[in-house]
Each structure stands twice: as structure tokens, then as C-alpha cells.
Ligand binder design. Structure first.
Ligand SMILES: Nc1ncnc2c1ncn2[C@@H]1O[C@H](COP(=O)(O)OP(=O)(O)OP(=O)(O)O)[C@@H](O)[C@H]1O
Ligand SMILES: [Mg+2]
Length: 508
């Protein structure tokens, strides 16, 4: 194990760094670099505050300033920038200034790095946070991952490897420094991680001899998480206000940065309703209509909130079911059920999971830190993610030609080239289907991506001059499998990036 190694959970709403290694064994578990507040330890809110300061401010300080500064000139608050990554998105700041989303994200990484530098333990050990394992949602594709890497690079951080968020939470929950994950040898766990931006579900298994842990299946939903609950609460509160006021209008546009304040108030209302039956929400001067400012003063009951949330919770249940189907398992074949992520605190979410899995449902130890802790453990133990299932090309006889065998470390490596012959070029296209074995030793195959097509020369008739398709398979720095196929006769080229591989870890 390394003396000290680092993991980062870069979240839509909250981010956190954890450290772990030989130097910390007396602590028994990884140390989290919390954003300390008088009310206790909290992760760092992923909010970037652009203002007159030299560097944008991030974290609790930024969050706490939304109320006081969001209406001042020259201030902009950017929340949930993770959701914008990989889409060539830009974020609008003050004075019409725009920045690419990854550059805004780099401010969060810079803040985490600077904050770690000031931590007493880091000063004592004279170590700096540079290289780290970073977690990503299960559905994050190559472009999204590469923008995280780019953001990190700009902040002076180096990526060791990516790990899926729920997988990291599972490692953290069951790990012990002596026996690693031996305690759950032969057991399966489903992790349900519902945060601010994504829902991530994964089913893992530890081998009977405790030597490996791997993902059997994962599934996720982007853009249907805590942020959507907040938007739904905002919409409902606005409708209530319109219905009760005698303004006789259909909508009330939010001017200036009133939406920042409204969003924060809606989020607080949602969080409170996880523990109370009714919550009052007050936002001064929120709406402007007919030349007058109006305060919002409404109440929302838990029952109302649950009705609003129903459609999202149904979508989450369907996601868990899809994950079970991919794994070919029924709920009864799962030994442990772990909940993580802030949105899992909603009582109706927990009830939904209990309906599926019964009394096995448990909240991961210290859910706010579980993901970053798992990443730090993987970094300190120097476990390298490997590809779990055999991946290959589907041949015309229905069998698979293996190109990335299960067990191969997912490290950017030499690429491999293979040639295939298009046996019937008459329709002018060769179709290349990338598949994976559902389970090792099993013959069942499932598609990993949409079919690639390459234009071929339909004039070729003779067997000896069949069109040759050269294919190149590259494991990228982002732990994706890039496939490039080209027809030798037409030069037509096609490229895909497969990101939904299952990760495994060799534990010794
Ligand atoms: N007690 C609670 N009840 C309901 N929602 C909560 C509660 N606590 C936090 N949340 C919500 O959970 C979300 C934040 O959760 P979390 O910190 O797990 O997200 P994240 O890791 O930043 O996001 P992601 O993993 O999706 O990128 C926010 O939408 C927050 O409002
Ligand atoms: Mg998260």
C-alpha cells in the first residue's frame, strides 16, 4: 500500500477528497477532507462563485453567498456543472462572458486541491494532492470522462484511473485494511446511488476466494436526480403562489438571479421534508409583477412532495429492475443492498427499495464520504480496474471473435488490429457489431453499442477479392474501448467509443 493516496468524488452537488495509505492505518479508514462548518463536517458544495476575487470561490463559502450576492452586479454562481460536461456546453457568466463547462469544473478541482494543501495532515506529512482515483457515473461516456481529465489537468491534478461511483461506495462500505473484502467473499451487493445529477445502480460480486471484486451489471439515469426534484418543487410552489395570489397570470418569470435563491430554498424545503411532515418556505422579493415585488410564502406537505416525486421514483425503480435483468438475477439473489447519495434520504425512495429487497436495505457507512473513501482505498491499494467480460466482434455465424478478454487491465495500452472480410458486399455496407459475453463460461451475448457500418464496394463479386475491413481496438486513457473500422476498398471509416464496460479489481 502507498504511504498516502487520494480519491476524489466529483459530484453534481457535492465533492470530496479522501486520503488513505500506510501512514493512516491507525485511523482504520480513509480520512475525508471536509469543508468544515460550525454545524459539522460537510462535503464541498460543487458551486463556483465568480466575483471580484482573483480566483473564483467554491464550496460552502460560495453556497452561503448565494442569498447575499446573487442579485449584486458582477457575481455569478454556477451549480451542477458536472451535468454540462461532454456536451461542448458553455456556461454563461457575468457580462456576457462564457466559459466551457470543463473550465468551470476545473475550479472545483482547484479548490479541492488547495483545500487539501491546507489540511493539517497534509502539512505534517509534507505530501501534496496530485495523483488520484476519480469516480464517475456509470453512464459517463468517453467525452465526459475526458473533460473531467482536462479539468483536473488544468487544476494541476493527475488522473490515476476512473472508478464507477456506486462501485467505490461498495468498496468503502465493506473494506477492512487486513482482510480487504474477504468478509463478503461469494456475496453479491446492489448499490443504489442517487445524487444531485445522476442515479447510478450497480451489482457487484466478490469471488469465493476473496481475490477479486467485480461489477456484474450497472445501469444509470442521467438528468433525473436531486436537481429535478428541486425543479419540480419550484414549479409546484410557483403554481401555488399564482393560484393564491389574485394576479390572474399564467406564469411569473424570475428576474435577475432570483432563480438561484428560489432553487436553494426549494432544495432546503425538499431536504426538510425527508424528516418533517410539512415545511414552510419563504423567499422575499422573489417575483416581480405589475411593477411590484412579491414574497413567496407557501407550505408544502410530505404527501404533496411525494406526489410530485412519484414519476422520478418510478423511473428509479425501473432502473434497478433493468440492472437486475442485465445481471440475470432476481432480488432474492442479492445479499446486500446499499443506499448512498443525498436523494436516497427521501423516505419514499427508501420505501421503494424496501418493497423490492425487504429488510436487506441499509445505508452505506457515512454516505457523504463513501464514494471518495472507496476511491482513496483503490488508489492506496494500487488496485487497477480490469475489464470483466469478454468483449468481441459478432461473426456472421453468431459466434464471437474476442478482442478484449475479461481480466485485461483497463489501462491505455498498445492498440490491437484485426481484419475481417465482408462476405456479402452486395448492399454496399459492412455491419460490425461489438458484443460482450453476458457471463464468463456462458454463450449468451449482448450488444455493447450500436452497430457500426462501413461503406463497402458492392461491385465486388468474387470471393478472392472480398472487401477487407480493418479494425483497430484501443483502450483509451478514459478506460473506454475505441473501435475504428475501415473498408480497404472504399476507405470509408467508422469509429465508436464503448464506455459501458464492467470494472473489476484484483484485490491482492
Ligand atoms: N435529506 C435529504 N433529503 C432529500 N434530498 C437530499 C437530502 N440530502 C441531500 N439531498 C439531495 O441530494 C442531492 C445531493 O446528493 P449527493 O451529494 O449524493 O449528490 P452528488 O454526489 O453531488 O451528485 P451526483 O452523484 O449525482 O453527481 C441534492 O439534490 C440534495 O438536495
Ligand atoms: Mg454522487
Amino acid at each position: 500500500m502507498k504511504p498516502l493516496a487520494f480519491g476524489i468524488d466529483f459530484g453534481t452537488t457535492n465533492s470530496l477528497v479522501c486520503a488513505w495509505g500506510n501512514a493512516l492505518l491507525r485511523e482504520e479508514r480513509p480520512v475525508a477532507f471536509w469543508d468544515n462548518t460550525p454545524s459539522g463536517n460537510r462535503p464541498h458544495p460543487s458551486i463556483v462563485w465568480y466575483g471580484p476575487h482573483v480566483h473564483p470561490k467554491v464550496g460552502l463559502e460560495a453556497r452561503a453567498s448565494i442569498g447575499s450576492h446573487s442579485t449584486s452586479m458582477g457575481h455569478a454562481f454556477v451549480s451542477s456543472v458536472k451535468r454540462k460536461l461532454g456536451r461542448n456546453a458553455e456556461v454563461e457568466l457575468v457580462g456576457g462572458q462564457r466559459k466551457p463547462a470543463w473550465e468551470v469544473a476545473s475550479e472545483i478541482f482547484r479548490h479541492l486541491r488547495e483545500h487539501a494543501k491546507g489540511h493539517a495532515m497534509m502539512k505534517q506529512s509534507k505530501q501534496e494532492l496530485v495523483e488520484c482515483v476519480v469516480t464517475v457515473p456509470v453512464d459517463f461516456n468517453g467525452q465526459q470522462r475526458s473533460e473531467i481529465r482536462r479539468a483536473m489537468q488544468r487544476a494541476g491534478l493527475k488522473l490515476r484511473n476512473f472508478l464507477h461511483e456506486p462501485f467505490a461506495a461498495m468498496v468503502s462500505h465493506f473494506y477492512d485494511p487486513v482482510n480487504k473484502l474477504q468478509g463478503i467473499a461469494g456475496k453479491r451487493t446492489i448499490v443504489f446511488d442517487w445524487g444531485g445529477g445522476t442515479l447510478d445502480v450497480c451489482i457487484t460480486e466478490v469471488t469465493q476466494d476473496g481475490s477479486h471484486v467485480f461489477e456484474i451489471a450497472h445501469d444509470g439515469i442521467a438528468d433525473r436526480a436531486g436537481d429535478e426534484f428541486d425543479l419540480r418543487v419550484m414549479r409546484a410552489l410557483k403554481q401555488k403562489f399564482i393560484a393564491r395570489s389574485n394576479l390572474k397570470i399564467d406564469d411569473l418569470p424570475l428576474r435577475g438571479n432570483a432563480s438561484d435563491r428560489f432553487r436553494l430554498a426549494a432544495e432546503n424545503c425538499k431536504i426538510a421534508l425527508s424528516t418533517t411532515q410539512e415545511e414552510r418556505i419563504e423567499v422575499p422579493s422573489l417575483f416581480e409583477a405589475f411593477g411590484r415585488h412579491h414574497d413567496l410564502e407557501e407550505t408544502m406537505s410530505r404527501q404533496e412532495f411525494e406526489e410530485i416525486a412519484r414519476v422520478e421514483i418510478d423511473a428509479a425503480e425501473a432502473c434497478v429492475q433493468r440492472c437486475l435483468n442485465k445481471a440475470g438475477l432476481s432480488p432474492g439473489l442479492i445479499d446486500y443492498v446499499l443506499l448512498v447519495g443525498g436523494t436516497s434520504n427521501i423516505p419514499a425512495v427508501r420505501s421503494m427499495m424496501e418493497r423490492m429487497f425487504g429488510a436487506r436495505v441499509a445505508v452505506a457507512h457515512e454516505p457523504d464520504a463513501a464514494i471518495a473513501r472507496g476511491a482513496a482505498i483503490v488508489a492506496a491499494e494500487e488496485w487497477i480496474p480490469y475489464n470483466v467480460k469478454d468483449v468481441g466482434v459478432l461473426l456472421s455465424d453468431g459466434t464471437m471473435f474476442s478482442v478484449l478478454p475479461g481480466g485485461r487491465p483497463l489501462l491505455a495500452s498498445e492498440s490491437q488490429k484485426f481484419s475481417f472480410y465482408c462476405i456479402d458486399p452486395r448492399d454496399g455496407v459492412a455491419r460490425i457489431q461489438i458484443v460482450e459475453k453476458k457471463r464468463s463460461g456462458d454463450r449468451a451475448l449482448s450488444s455493447l453499442a450500436d452497430c457500426m457500418t462501413v461503406k463497402t464496394n458492392p461491385g465486388i463479386r468474387e470471393v478472392r477479392s472480398l472487401d477487407r475491413i480493418t479494425t483497430q481496438f484501443i483502450v483509451t486513457e478514459d478506460a473506454t474501448l475505441r473501435v475504428v473500422a475501415q473498408s480497404a476498398s472504399t476507405g470509408s471509416k467508422s469509429e465508436i467509443d464503448i464506455h459501458d464496460l464492467c470494472f473489476g479489481l484484483k484485490l491482492r
